[in-house]
Design a protein around this ligand. Structure first.
Ligand code: IPM
Ligand code: MG
Length: 363
């Protein structure tokens, strides 16, 4: 099996290094191949998603992705910006199902900005549709307004759209995921205002009829944003479109204390997947060796579970992460009084050590 490793920009290289260390100590029969992506790829090859990188990503069984982006690329034409690399991978590989779990680790309950009792034991799963909606809808662009109160004025526009099969397949993903959890799906929409999301709601309701064992409810996105901070534990699986999912998943991530802890998976119909931390490239701390590598390490665990069919190895990584947290090791983003502050590499080494110690005790 082949894993394409795309570290990217900012803290990307540092955190991916640690995840690679973890994969190597597990001694799996996998081949890792590295490629350039994001702003650094633009600097080297003139494009954030070079042909060779896309080719490798398509051939691989899974992709381990770091992060892309840096302020210095903000002035580039849109098609050359680092973000286009991740959008291009999603589109070209058809990675429509994005899993963003928000889990509050017992040891980190106090790192949340919410009261501990609201988040203790939190375990929700946001399933975001990732290849449709206003992100990819055509037409889009700038023009002179063809009509309306500002006719003739310069305007910009995007298109929000969803086709029935697109909604059906993500709804199935959500209901099936819920069956492995607490059998509850909340579909988030804006059916009170938007045609696209009335349709979304109708189609999700129809698909839901095939899953009588899963409870389905519907919530407007503004209310969902509120409920997420009011009573986050009332959710189990949340399914929503690309745009709302982008926003709500950041909100949900922060409930857990640190976005530095959260992995994500983006899968296509063939279960090929891209795995990346939920956080970005954090250029402000890049190169300082202080970034939290746990989200990337946990993304590697998701990769083993979803795309490489090695659930036992995934379990070993996840339990090693809990071990290092229990040992009191914390990177700066999750540090609190009474715990030991460590850097990126030290955290990765500790996870590796936790994995090897367990192997020794077992054998
Ligand atoms: C995310 C990011 C991306 C998105 C950006 C980098 C294009 O915010 O993965 O959530 O908007 O989807
Ligand atoms: Mg986002």
């Amino acid at each position: 099996m082949k894993i394409a490793v795309l570290p990217g920009d900012g803290i990307g290289t540092e955190i991916v290094d640690e995840a690679v260390k973890v994969l190597e100590v597990l001694d799996l029969k996998v081949e890792l191949e590295f490629a350039d992506v994001g702003g650094m790829a633009y600097d080297k090859h003139g494009h954030p998603l070079p042909e060779a990188t896309l080719k490798l990503a398509k051939e691989a069984d899974a992709i381990l992705f770091g992060a892309v982006g840096d302020w210095k690329y903000d002035k580039l034409e849109r098609q050359f910006r680092p973000e286009q690399a991740i959008l291009g991978l999603r589109r070209n590989l058809g990675l429509f199902a994005n899993f963003r779990p928000a889990i509050c680790y017992e040891q980190l309950t106090h790192a949340s900005s919410l009261k501990p009792e609201l988040v203790a034991g939190l375990d929700i799963l946001i399933i975001r549709e990732l290849t449709g909606d206003i992100y990819f809808g055509q037409p889009r662009g700038r023009r002179a307004a063809p009509d309306g109160a500002f006719q003739g004025a310069e305007e910009a526009f995007d298109t929000m759209r969803y086709a029935r099969p697109e909604i059906e397949r993500i709804a199935h993903v959500a209901f099936q995921a819920a069956r492995k959890r607490n059998r509850k799906v909340t579909s988030v929409d804006k059916a009170n205002v938007l045609e696209t999301f009335q349709f979304w709601k109708d189609v999700v309701t129809e698909v839901g009829q095939q899953y009588a064992d899963v409870k389905l409810d519907h919530m407007y996105v503004d209310n969902a944003a509120m409920q997420l901070v009011k009573s986050p534990k009332s959710f189990d699986v949340v399914v929503t479109g690309n745009m709302f999912g982008d926003i709500l998943s950041d909100e949900a991530a922060m409930l857990t204390g640190s976005i530095g802890m959260l992995p994500s998976a983006s899968l296509n119909a063939a279960n090929q997947g891209l795995y990346e931390p939920s956080h970005g490239s954090a250029p402000d701390i890049a190169g300082k060796g202080v970034a939290n590598p746990l989200a990337t390490i946990l993304s590697a665990a998701m990769m083993l579970r979803f795309s490489l069919n090695q659930p036992a190895a995934a379990d070993r990584i996840e339990s090693a992460v809990k071990d290092v947290l229990s040992q009191g090791l914390r990177t700066a983003d999750i540090w609190s009084e009474g715990t030991r502050k460590v850097g990126t590499r030290e955290m990765g080494d500790a996870v590796v050590a936790a994995i090897t110690t367990k192997t020794i005790t077992k054998s």
